[in-house]
Design a binder for this molecule. Structure first.
Ligand SMILES: *Cc1c(COP(=O)(O)O)cnc(C)c1O
Length: 249
């Protein structure tokens, strides 16, 4: 792992332009919805892109990142920490999580957005507790429960009736902190309708869990609609990073 190359200036300029455009989109959408743009967190999703790009973004002032694939993510976070040890950057896990990956994810993740079943809650609780005992993390691991809007198991998520049982388990775990809900807008049907449902589910959830303030919704293609429906955290990859490289198997 080396410092970003001198020839990488063009890449930095590209990232800066994408970032400026997305920040402008967020500001415009929030203002149009009568919301404060500062209330919408931007997580830059850097999956498939190298640690060098994360470092370029850190040098551009970004501190909030998201990753979706382990072990790629853990390796990248370690490389970035080495290159920029003083950066306050945090990394959220936003992608589907397998039970056997919880151990490593709990070591580097600030929050996990994709918790949708109880084996993940118990696994992450134990793993976060171990990581704290080993001194590799200080704060409790933030947990967002992923709400499934259409019940499609392929896309992950728990249907809304199942959320309180998971939330209660998170609250009972000392190493975890219940942060909110996450949704991925289904590809079928009207995005606006799904986002209206997500917003309503989050409002219901807040009645019972008032600290679960985060609604993580909206990606490159639908961030304006998500912000209109109350998203407090958009997860944006392509619009900043460019198209993801196609990996060989
Ligand atoms: C990749 C990914 C994103 C970013 O998607 P873009 O369309 O590239 O902005 C957001 N959320 C999750 C869960 C992802 O896996």
């Amino acid at each position: 792992m080396t410092e970003p190359e001198p020839g990488g200036e063009r890449r930095s300029a590209e990232l800066a332009a994408g970032l400026a455009e997305v920040r402008q989109r967020i500001a415009t959408a929030a203002t149009a919805a009568g919301r404060d743009p500062g209330d919408v967190e931007l997580r830059v999703i850097t999956k498939f892109f190298p640690a060098e790009d994360v470092v370029r973004l850190i040098d551009l002032g970004v501190a909030d990142f998201g990753e979706s694939r382990e072990p790629e993510a853990g390796r990248k976070v370690a490389a970035v920490r080495e290159l920029r040890p003083d950066s306050p950057a945090t990394f959220d896990m936003v992608g589907g999580l397998q039970r056997r990956k919880v151990k490593t994810v709990a070591r580097w993740a600030n929050r996990v957005h994709s918790v949708d079943r109880d084996v993940l809650v118990t696994g992450l609780a134990a793993a976060a507790s171990a990581a704290r005992n080993e001194g590799v993390r200080d704060d409790p691991l933030g947990i967002l429960l992923q709400l499934s809007l259409d019940g499609d198991p392929e896309r992950g998520g728990m249907v809304s009736d199942g959320l309180p049982a998971l939330a209660d388990e998170v609250l009972a775990a000392e190493s975890l902190r219940l942060a909110g809900l996450m949704v991925i807008t289904p590809l079928t049907g009207e995005p606006e309708r799904w986002l209206t449902e997500a917003a309503a589910a989050h409002q219901d959830f807040l009645q019972r869990y008032p600290d679960a303030r985060v609604l993580s919704a909206g990606m490159s293609g639908d961030l304006e609609a998500a912000i209109r429906h109350g998203s407090t955290c958009v997860r944006v990859g392509t619009a900043i990073m460019g198209d993801r490289p196609i990996l060989s198997p």
